[in-house]
Design a protein around this ligand. Structure first.
Ligand code: PRP
Ligand code: ZN
Length: 283
């Protein structure tokens, strides 16, 4: 059994649950209590506050966890980063009231900065030889300057709309962050095996992302040209159609090269082009 800690409520929770479902770990919605056992995979899901996940994993209360890199770095807990997950990307930035003139980082000298990330901020200020007054608050950091509690903030920025709504501007990006999978340093053999299976499945889901399955019909004498256009994985699959002299071609294309390729394929004589999402891909 592998116990996986995820955020109960917040910026990561929905995407974590989606990811777990995509890799075949179903959790009954009605059973979404603090600890839920999956009926489809040897795992239990422990729902925690994101701030508590690094320590829960380090202490072995959970075997693995999905957490924001920002929380993991901030908490300085001893656990292993297994995989970067690529979702819930954000940055940790310093922001100041938008009407303030800002030239260099020296602006922050002797200023009061509100944050929920004191250790990352302390290290950053130290590296830049700046002495500021760090004021720790948990949540709603962005309102601190407006109510006179601080001169500036150090907080998560994702879309940037929180800053705009609070008349703040981002002036220094201190770190980039995304969701990561972390594990306890002393897993049992069977837990390591389940974790390996989990990582294998996550890789299959992530490899499939941004890729599409393409099917098309083409005259046999155009196949060579079409193969050259399709930047497929290996060689495309070709099957003869009932209609003499025509074949069906199947391959995989990158989502981003999709429109470009479609035009070229049509010009080359392809017909009946179908683009289908891929759920999982094992290379
Ligand atoms: C973070 C942060 C901001 C917001 C920034 O809060 O504290 O409030 O997200 O996102 P934006 O740039 O897209 O507006 P979060 O949602 O993590 O909740 P918390 O403040 O309770 O931790
Ligand atoms: Zn939080």
């Amino acid at each position: 059994m592998l116990r996986i800690a995820i955020q109960a409520k917040g910026r990561l929770s929905e995407k974590c649950i989606t990811l777990l479902e995509e890799v075949g770990i179903k959790i009954c919605a009605s059973k979404r209590t603090l600890l839920a056992t999956s009926t489809t995979f040897p795992a239990e899901i422990l729902f925690l506050r994101d701030d508590d996940i690094p320590q829960a994993v380090a202490d072995g209360v959970a075997n693995v966890g999905i957490v924001g890199e920002n929380e993991f770095i901030e908490k300085r807990q001893n656990a292993t980063i297994i995989k970067r997950l690529g979702f819930s990307r954000c940055r940790l930035s310093l922001a100041i009231p938008k009407e303030e003139e800002y030239n260099t980082i020296n602006w922050f000298a002797n200023k009061k900065i509100a944050t929920s990330y004191p250790s990352i901020l302390t290290e950053f200020l130290k590296k830049n030889n700046i002495k500021s007054d760090i004021h720790v608050i948990n949540g709603s950091v962005e309102i601190a300057p407006g109510i006179g509690l601080a001169d500036a903030i150090f907080d998560i920025v994702s879309s940037g709309s929180t800053l705009v709504n609070n008349h703040l501007k981002e002036v220094e990006i201190v770190m980039q962050s995304e969701a990561i999978l972390i594990a306890n340093n002393k897993l049992l053999k069977n837990q390591t095996e389940i974790l390996d299976e989990l990582v294998f499945r996550i890789n299959a889901v992530q490899t499939a992302e941004n890729k599409k399955y393409i099917l098309l019909n083409a005259p046999d004498n155009k196949l060579e040209e079409i193969f050259n256009i399709l930047p497929g994985m290996k060689s495309p699959t070709v099957m003869p159609l009932a209609q003499e002299g025509w074949s069906s071609v199947h391959s995989v294309i990158e989502e981003k090269s999709f429109w470009e390729v479609i035009g070229q394929l049509k010009t080359a004589g392809a017909e009946g082009i179908l683009i289908i999402p891929i759920e999982k891909m094992i290379l």
